[in-house]
Design a protein around this ligand. Structure first.
Ligand code: MGD
Ligand code: MGD
Ligand code: SF4
Ligand code: MO
Length: 699
């Protein structure tokens, strides 16, 4: 390599797996990526999104200057003017009506940036109204795991899949959404694979022995993940509480409960047993559409072919009972003792590159940093730590905020690195809400759909252009350092926030990201032992909790006791409830979700030609049976109607979806998928009901 080429360590800006790679920089320009073979996550492989992420860096669509809305469109303004406009609004509203301000932080940004946003909201603006896309994603995980296990994170690292004998994957399609995690699954399968000769020699259908690796997948669709499973529980969307309670009852009835673990490390088991006394397994089988024998087989394997690990995703959380469903999974893991050792864990696979970190930093309206649930006591703790007053009542969930905005109660919305117009539920409602809010700031790398409704647009630097830490789904904190300069006048989110702090004459100021991180270490106990110096030496990161500078980090949580007040985990019974029903008016159930080459609202992946070539637009996926019955063929354009909206969309016929179920990817804007969703949310966590909307097709 010639001497003007540098390799700079970086992490993928897309999913929460946190794959590492080198950016290849020549003369200040990124010209590609180099794989890292000993990186614990990527192990020398990148999925298509990671491999092409670098193409965003010099993309011609990048925002390069602050823009202000005028009567004749957006007009470039100076940073000074832009920052003053924001500061003036904040100063004005904090006097009169702090809770009319709202801050959306970003799981795309660093820990330091998220920490600063929430601190500004709480101490300067004087409101706990701060949230980010975790609300639309793993908010039920944060609520349920923090309550019952004392810690809202994946318990085991992803390579630990190799230690599991049974892997139970529910409502999660890692083959497309976390290819890096799925690689460990494929490895585990290979390791335990039945020698093909034995298969050929067995005269009858082969029955695996008790000690072999088994993969159970529960998903209404025949996903790429489900195709690899030993048992596929293809239940109806919205019936998971029946499925999981049935598994629990079967485990209790078959005396497969780990009594020692339940006795020593949990509380509430008796209530669970009582709650299921009259639970009807036959009925559960009917309502889920899964044969009872198959549910039985899955339950017995999970409880006896141990250690077993659970992985779950949006098929569990994005329901009106999302928090209960996560609790049901916790119950399943606890009664079988499948937690706190290698191969045994409960793993909420976090979506965005830094959504774990954004939650740890408390870009959340109901927690202070360090998962301190907001109340007068924790507000006092924060006052001691920060030396500043903070409000002691929780703020609004982002999903609650829109309705408040519609009635004029939100006057200021600061959006750092999100595209809520496309991602939040109920597209038409969000359009109206955005129009109603007096002052909307959008800080992004591209002109998003949402930015078109902004009063002020700020050009942000992207990941390769800044320094800071990110925390992946297995709690691995990694440091990235600026590799190249941002385009035009774009600045890192941190620099923008620091300018705002100066303009606001805030009593706290920082010289840069490392100083913010020093404060994070002081405020958030699980980050205490992690320093920039250590992260520069340990490029591939340190897993929290890391209580001191000589502590190596913690790959597996809860090995001895749970971080709850009495050290025990809570088992809490979950009420069975089918959350969507097909009716005469709406004979279909619509679900939305992900495809491998695109990412969330698509602002990034729809700008990468290589990815667009594999998939360029939205389709309504429908089963061959339903298509035949409706006389539809591929590419026909239909109108899809739900109680919330009606839009034209082309169809694609696939056996991936079962009869009665429809699927739309959430990456495209024509039509926006959330034109079909509404404002039903889980009251405990505020997550919207994205999965499972009644629908009908009009030809
Ligand atoms: N390629 C790609 N990767 C991504 C993303 C992306 O946009 N594209 N986004 C990232 C983010 S932010 C996230 S949160 C993760 C999400 O990762 P996943 O959780 O894997 O994402 P989804 O595809 O939304 O949903 C998972 C599965 O839930 C199933 N499902 C639907 N309804 C139900 C139900 O009622 N019960 C059950 N059990 N299952 C159901 C769907 O069929 C789908 O296969 O992916 C991350 N990785
Ligand atoms: N119907 C339906 N809706 C869904 C879902 C679903 O399954 N179905 N899934 C939900 C889930 S799980 C999630 S997580 C949300 C995601 O919702 P969003 O977070 O709104 O979606 P993204 O497309 O990831 O938006 C991230 C934005 O950050 C910008 N960005 C990237 N890097 C930076 C940076 O360094 N600085 C700044 N300032 N900006 C940056 C990108 O350009 C992009 O506009 O969508 C939710 N919406
Ligand atoms: S698996 Fe996730 S982190 Fe790894 S390259 Fe793909 S999108 Fe990036
Ligand atoms: Mo997500």
């Amino acid at each position: 390599m010639s001497s003007n080429i540098r390799l700079i360590y970086s992490i993928c800006p897309f999913c929460g797996a946190g794959c590492g790679f080198y950016l290849v920089v020549r003369d200040g320009v990124v010209i590609g990526v180099e794989r890292i073979f000993d990186h614990p996550v990527s192990v020398g492989v990148l999925c298509p999104k990671g491999a092409y992420a670098w193409k965003l860096i010099r993309h011609p669509d990048r925002l390069t200057t602050p823009l202000k809305r005028t009567e004749r469109g957006f007009k470039p303004i100076s940073w000074r003017e832009a920052i003053r406009l924001i500061a003036d609004r904040i100063k004005e509203l904090r006097r009169d009506d702090p809770d009319s301000m709202y801050f959306l932080a970003s799981a795309k940004c660093t820990n330091e940036e998220n920490y600063l946003v929430q601190k500004i909201a709480r101490t300067i603006a004087g409101t706990n109204n701060v949230d980010h896309c975790a609300r639309l994603c793993h908010a039920p995980t944060v609520a349920a795991l923090a309550r019952s296990l004392g810690s809202a994170a994946m318990t085991n690292p992803m390579n630990d899949v190799a230690n599991a004998k049974t892997l139970f994957i529910i409502g999660y399609n890692p083959a497309e959404t976390h290819p890096a995690i799925f690689r460990f699954v494929s490895e585990a399968k290979k390791k335990y694979a039945v020698p093909i000769r034995r298969l050929l020699l067995s005269r009858y259908a082969y029955t695996p022995s008790e000690t072999e690796f088994r993969m159970i997948v529960a998903d209404p669709r025949k996903t790429m993940t489900a195709l690899q499973s030993d048992i596929h529980l293809q239940h109806k969307p919205g019936t998971d509480s029946y499925l999981l309670n049935a598994m629990i009852k079967i485990i209790i009835d078959h005396d497969l409960v780990d009594k020692k673990f339940v006795e020593e490390r949990t509380e509430g088991y008796e209530l669970l047993v009582k709650s299921l006394r009259r639970f009807d397994l036959e009925y559960a089988s009917r309502i889920t559409g899964v044969p009872l024998k198959l549910i039985e087989e899955a339950a017995i394997i999970y409880a006896s072919n141990k250690p077993s690990t659970i992985y779950y995703g949006m098929g569990i959380t994005q329901h009106r009972n999302g928090t209960s469903l996560v609790q049901a999974l916790v119950n399943l893991a606890l009664i079988t003792g499948n937690i706190g050792r290698p191969g045994a864990g409960i793993c909420p696979a976090r979506g965005q590159n830094n959504v774990q970190g954004a939650c740890d930093m408390a870009a959340l309206p109901d927690f202070f940093p360090g998962y301190r649930k907001i109340n007068p006591d924790t507000a006092k703790t924060m006052k001691e730590l920060w030396g500043l007053e903070v409000p002691d009542k929780r703020g609004l969930f982002s999903t609650e905020m829109w309705n408040e905005a519609l009635v004029g109660k939100i006057k200021f919305l600061y959006i750092m690195g999100e595209n809520p117009l496309i991602s939040e539920p109920g597209y038409y409602r969000i359009v109206r809400a955005l129009k109603r809010i007096d002052f909307v700031v959008v800080q992004d790398i591209f002109l998003t759909e949402n930015a078109k409704y902004a009063d002020l647009i700020l050009p942000a630097a992207l990941w390769a252009e800044k320094t800071g830490t990110m925390t992946n789904t297995e709690r691995r904190v990694q440091l990235i350092e600026k590799a190249v300069d941002p385009p035009g006048e774009a600045k890192s989110d941190l620099e923008i926030l620091l300018m705002l702090l100066k303009e606001l004459e805030a009593p706290f100021q920082y010289s840069g990201p490392s100083e913010v991180f020093e404060e994070i270490r002081r405020v958030i106990p699980t980050y205490k032992g992690i320093t920039y110096e250590r992260l520069k030496k340990n490029r591939y990161g340190i897993q929290w909790p890391c209580p001191s500078e000589d502590h190596p980090g913690t790959p597996i949580l809860h090995t001895e006791k749970f971080p709850t007040p009495n050290g025990k985990a809570k088992i809490i019974p979950v009420r069975p409830e089918a959350t969507v029903a097909q009716t005469g008016d709406y004979p279909f159930i619509l679900i939305s979700g992900r495809r491998i080459t695109h990412y969330n609202t698509g602002t990034m992946t729809r700008r990468i030609l290589e990815l667009l070539l594999t998939e360029g637009s939205s389709y309504l996926y429908i089963s061959p049976e339903d298509a035949t019955q409706l006389g539809l063929s591929d590419e026909d354009i239909v109108e899809l109607e739900t109680p919330y909206g009606r839009e034209k969309i082309p169809i694609r016929i696939t056996p991936e979806v079962p009869k009665g179920v429809l699927f739309v990817p959430n990456h495209f804007i024509d039509p926006p998928v959330n034109a079909f969703t509404g404002d039903i949310i889980d009251y405990e966590s505020g997550i919207p009901e994205y999965k499972g909307v009644p629908a009908r097709i009009i030809k």
